[in-house]
Design a protein around this ligand. Sequence first.
Ligand SMILES: [Fe+2]
Ligand SMILES: [Fe+2]
Length: 379
Amino acid sequence: MATNFDLIGREDVNDIEAILAISNRDVDAVVSTVKDNADAIFTWDYEKGARPKLNRLYEKAKSSQWNGETDLPWDTEVDQEAVVLANAGGNVNPLMDLSDTPFAKWDERDWLRFGVESQNWTLSQFMHGEQGALLCTAKIVETVPWIDAKYYASTQVMDEARHVEVFAKYLDTKLSGHYPINAHLKMLLDDIIADSRWDMTYLGMQIMVEGLALAAFGFIQSMTTEPLLKQLLRYVMSDEARHVAFGVLSLQEYYQGLTAAELRERQEFAFEAAVRMRDRFLQQEVFDRMGIDPKIAVPLVMQAPERQLFQAMLFSKIVPNCKKLGLLDAADGWLRTKFQELGVIQFEDWADTGEEYEMFQLANGEINGQQAGEAKQPA
Ligand SMILES: [Fe+2]
Ligand SMILES: [Fe+2]
């Protein structure tokens, strides 16, 4: 039986010292190489629609393409400090008492700069994550044995290229700086790419990374007062909902044929991914840049009530999707116990993304082939 140490490199999931000891030490690199161990698979079974739900997703994806250059209002002026201030309701000072901490010496300007850096950091990590999705989906085209899934995955490759493109353009033209990839996110993406089993790409990317992205984008989309970012996220989310649904639909079928021992390996991978993603949201690089020791800052930040809410909410899609796939309760409920330890089990009965996506399709009456119709008015 694998221990926490085997899976995530530490016994205590909340060991701040161990979490912060992992950082990106290769910040000037232009490329990073990961060994992709998987077999590329041809299929000679070309029967389109043998998996009707995947076929419907593919047809939907073809008529829901949008153009990141021309469909977004790039002429929108973005005053980043004004946006940070507006998003905070006019007050950038945190609600909690920080006297006797290194933050006590911060004035309004420092908090404003922190808000700006946080935004640069957040959007940079989204951009890196999108590139991870681009590589993973290209890998799925090669490795999945079903023609309907190869077809669908090829549309997701295009979607992810567009997502990388729009986040990069937003960072370059509207914000004030990039951050290198967070080391926890990079470890997770490397693990997903390196795994030889095709379904692990789906589990790591479509279920875990994209499930979390869908929740995070939704949260920021509803909070931000900046109209260009609001629209950009709305477009991206309409694609992401389809991507997560693709993962749920594909794995549901495949997992039915797995043994308990094989399911346990999937549970362990899901747990590792959940921890890496939680760790990656601690913003350690921002505190470094602001001159505050992350070892002091991160535990303080983790106590803030709004932070705890955000942190938990990130798992609001992942947990019901894992339940739908039977991963919560397989192997004596191992993953259920782990999600309890992480404090995110409360989402288990929320709508899963397969369900949500079908409800969304029904509500929209399938929008007959209207170009980017779904993207322009997503639910
Ligand atoms: Fe994406
Ligand atoms: Fe995606």
